[in-house]
Design a protein around this ligand. Structure first.
Ligand code: GRF
Length: 217
């Protein structure tokens, strides 16, 4: 049996994306990845309980206990590397990461963002899409680089905006798509099909375009 690809998930909240990843790995015989550990900066994150329920190691690293971002990130790197991480998955981790951290995990750090990047970096994405009158919204998985929400795209799912949508209804449909595309991207990575090249994300030897692989509505 080849060694599993060790995934370490970082989160601060609900962890529904973690749950989707756990479920997809469990549902796939011979899946090449395993969630090796879940780390949170908040002891009360529901995602930690989901991990415990699945028998996954957890750790809490409280950023308030560190003098500055660099010190916290150094401790975080030590913790993650202690778990032998091959891939680090950000799943609602509400911390801005230092350049040192991002460089340390270059090419093995993924994030999910609730918009069709490059539109709506940052917060409040669903309301912003509604305010702009967009007909299409969605979510994106990308490699993390030093630019916030700006790294090369891996996969996007498109969610049509419905007549009379409000932010919470739209968010729920986007979330459901997040639960499809994040496990997909992790699986591609674990299968050795996905990597980060000089020009962008590469899937099956092909450079992915500006939107990554696009899953239509
Ligand atoms: C998701 O909306 C994701 O796009 C964003 O953080 C949220 C995490 O949700 N990065 P959950 O904790 O996985 O439910």
């Amino acid at each position: 049996m080849p060694q599993p690809v060790n995934v370490v998930v970082l989160l601060s909240g609900t962890g529904s994306n973690l749950q989707a990843l756990i479920d997809s790995i469990e549902a796939t015989p011979g899946h090449p990845a395993r969630v090796r550990a879940v780390i949170s900066n908040r002891a009360d994150a529901l995602g930690l309980q989901r991990a415990r329920d699945a028998g996954i190691d957890t750790a809490v690293l409280d950023h308030k206990a560190y003098a500055d971002r660099e010190a916290f990130d150094r401790a975080l790197v030590a913790l993650i590397d202690g778990f032998g991480a091959d891939l680090v998955v950000l799943a609602g981790f509400m911390r801005i990461l230092s350049v040192m951290f991002v460089r340390h995990y270059a090419g093995r750090l993924l994030n999910i963002h609730p918009s069709l990047l490059p539109r709506y970096k940052g917060l409040d994405t669903h309301q912003r899409a509604l305010d702009a009158g967009d007909r299409e919204h969605g979510c994106s998985v990308h490699f993390v680089t030093e630019e916030l929400d700006g790294g090369p795209l891996v996969v996007q799912a498109v969610v049509p905006v419905a007549e009379g949508d409000d932010a919470s209804r739209l968010a729920a449909r986007v979330h459901a798509q997040e639960h499809q595309i994040y496990p997909l991207a992790v699986r591609w990575f674990a299968e050795g099909r996905l990597s980060l090249g000089e020009q962008g994300a590469i899937l099956d030897g092909q450079l992915l375009g500006a939107s990554g692989r696009r899953i239509p509505a």
